[in-house]
Design a protein around this ligand. Structure first.
Ligand code: HEM
Length: 355
């Protein structure tokens, strides 16, 4: 800690070394309890050096988020840093999700103080996700450098580490889903129903794998969740831009949803909405009939069903963990999620029925 407070210029210490020192401190105290002197020193240093090292900028934006009144889903999960690391490693979002889960396996194997059964179940779920997503990945050979500095818990609660990794992996899943649905939409615009069907089917597989992440999160002890949740107020996955982009790639949300807290929390994504093409619109414009169209309709129904299952599991998980407490994104919590069960991704109209 004394080293951090005496660093005045970045030349005195390389960016990665500084970030390692800070991460060490975060792991000792929890991000929420970093000493004021450390935060003030980092703030000054960052103002002086911003723009010189993108990784350090993203790292310090996360570490200093609460102090700067910018504590949100993005900064809690250090998502800009995760994206930089992903680009640097040259891996797609799916492989990044696998790496993040492999890190959970590594972390949990070292766990002490957790009952052996919970630990084993947790490791099993994370291992299954890795095996299903990237079978060639060696859990014992994870990237070093900035990758290891992308989990910045706010507390000393053991379970928070894997919770952060599960949320980050979910972000990767939603990014993959958006890419698939945008590609399916482009295929429809070219009249290529087979290519569109292949993309939608892949999205179904990716979504089904995301269910494994929920099984993993379900191993969290509610008491552990509440122990760190007191420090995450203001950060909620309702602010996930990746999730809302996926929604927009599938169809146009109802006017009611677009003006609700769901999109109030992602103003940048809401601003993109008017100019975006989406799968439902392309499907209606094409007005295809026949066996190929029927195949595509089946795939779309499977994706809709996978999303409904995802929302149902999420709702049950939130009910078990939260009870009647409000959400950290300031909604009323579980009742909000119950209403979300009525939403649908696709608006295929009479075209799909005729297929
Ligand atoms: C302990 C586990 C969890 C609890 C208690 C929980 C609770 C909640 C609550 C109450 C909301 C409503 C917004 C708010 O006020 O915060 C919400 C929204 C959301 N959560 Fe979770 N959640 C949990 C885990 C997860 C996980 C693992 C994911 C995976 C990404 C996730 C994704 C989302 C998304 C995408 C929304 C926005 C839904 C929408 O706007 O339609 N949650 N969650």
């Amino acid at each position: 800690m004394s080293t951090i407070t005496t660093v005045r210029f970045l030349d005195e210490i390389a960016a990665l070394r500084l970030a390692r020192l800070v991460t060490g401190e975060v792991r000792r105290t929890g991000r929420h309890h970093l000493a004021d002197g450390v935060l003030a020193a980092l703030d000054t240093l960052h103002r002086r050096h911003r723009g010189r090292d993108g990784f350090l900028d993203a790292f310090l934006d996360a570490v200093l988020a609460r102090r700067r009144d910018r504590f949100r889903n993005q900064t809690y999960l250090a998502l800009p840093l995760v994206e930089l690391v992903r680009a640097d490693l040259g891996v797609d979002p799916e492989r990044m999700a696998a790496l993040l889960m492999a890190d959970v396996v590594r972390h949990e194997r070292r766990a002490t103080g957790l009952d052996a059964r919970t630990r084993d179940i947790r490791i099993r779920h994370a291992t299954r996700f890795v095996a299903a997503t990237d079978p060639a990945l060696d859990v014992d050979r994870l990237p070093g450098g900035w990758f290891g500095l992308t989990a910045l818990p706010v507390s000393l609660e053991h379970d928070e580490y894997f919770f952060i990794r599960a949320l980050q992996a979910h972000e990767m899943v939603f990014t993959t889903l958006t890419d698939e649905m945008r590609a399916a939409t482009r295929a429809l615009r070219l009249g290529d129903l087979a290519a569109a069907t292949a993309r939608v089917r892949r999205a179904v597989d990716v979504f089904d794998r995301a269910a494994m992440l929920f099984r993993l999160v379900a191993t969290m002890r509610p008491a552990a969740f509440h122990a760190f949740r007191q420090y995450t107020e203001g950060a909620s996955a309702i602010q996930s831009e990746a999730y809302k982009r996926f929604e927009l790639a599938c169809g146009t949300p109802t006017a009611q949803r677009l003006v609700s807290e769901a999109f109030d929390n992602v103003p940048a994504v809401r601003a993109e909405a008017p100019g975006l093409d989406n799968f439902s619109r392309a499907w209606q414009d094409l007005g295809a009939r026949g066996p190929a169209a029927a195949e595509l309709t089946r795939a779309v129904e499977q994706l809709e069903a996978a999303h409904q299952r995802w929302k149902t599991t999420h709702h049950s998980l939130a009910a078990a963990m939260l009870g009647s407490a409000h959400g950290s994104g300031h909604t009323e919590g579980v009742p909000y999620l119950r209403r979300c069960l009525e939403n649908r991704l696709f608006d295929l109209g009479p075209v799909a029925l005729a297929a």
